[in-house]
Design a protein around this ligand. Sequence first.
Ligand SMILES: Nc1nc(=O)c2c([nH]1)NC[C@@H]1CN(c3ccc(C(=O)N[C@@H](CCC(=O)O)C(=O)O)cc3)C=[N+]21
Length: 284
Amino acid sequence: MSEVVYGSEIAKDIKENLKVKIDQLKAEGKRIPKLVVVLVGDNQASLSYVRGKEKACQFVGMENELITLPETTTQEELLSLIERLNLDTAVDGILVQLPLPAHIKEKDIIHAIDPNKDVDGFHPCNVGKLMLNEETFVSCTPKGIIRILETIGYDDLSGKRAVVVGRSNIVGKPIAQLLLNKNATVTICHSRTQDIENVCKEADILIAAIGKAKYINRNWVKEGAVVIDVGINRDENNKMCGDVDFEDVKEVCSYITPVPKGVGPMTIAMLLENTLQSYHKREG
Ligand SMILES: Nc1nc(=O)c2c([nH]1)NC[C@@H]1CN(c3ccc(C(=O)N[C@@H](CCC(=O)O)C(=O)O)cc3)C=[N+]21
């Protein structure tokens, strides 16, 4: 039997902490940190995530502007908006919600955001700094996962084996790097990996970021492993679920994060932290 780790509760503590800090800035008559979220088109899932970000900003008392643009927005129009936000001294963080419509090149947009306002940590400058273990904006989901490990006291990773399933630029690769920076022995598995089940079974820490509903069952998991589920999928009843078959795996691991209320809320909390970090870099 394992302990279920509610990221939602850890995130709540983090947000309460941020609220105190922002109240303090207000009391001192200082400028308030500001996050701008840009949403292109009306992808339903994106709308729901963006609302979560808005609610969190309101909770901590951070300024939040949501700019919604029509699906037909051109790449040039989006680039000129980003240029304006880059130059706006009142803006600390810029987040362009992904995915973007197919006619816009995500890479060009990510490259256009000022690395000093890239609170997602997606810009190549910030990704490079992560690889060099230099201070930077760390991508929010991976940062949230590390914070979960720290909170459960499982952050001395020397001699531990970590297996990351999934190699995306926004989760798989950066979480592998963060685990490596903490001295774990890291393996990245993906769709071309042979004998993936047995590779995963070696993991002391298993990170699931593949995007396949309930793909990982107890046969993939070593007894006592820590299992972090990054997946956001729908099951056969259209209920939100992770990449891990939670009910099955929770019988064999030591800690497991649920979906929802696991990694997702941590992502939002880390976004707010990154925005405050950006503010302090600017304001001192
Ligand atoms: N530029 C960019 N940055 C992102 O960080 C980014 C993005 N684009 N595109 C989409 C993904 C996804 N994402 C989530 C954040 C919070 C929850 C979250 O809080 N989920 C709640 C439940 C939400 C619900 O019930 O719908 C939970 O897991 O408990 C989920 C997903 C950020 N993303």
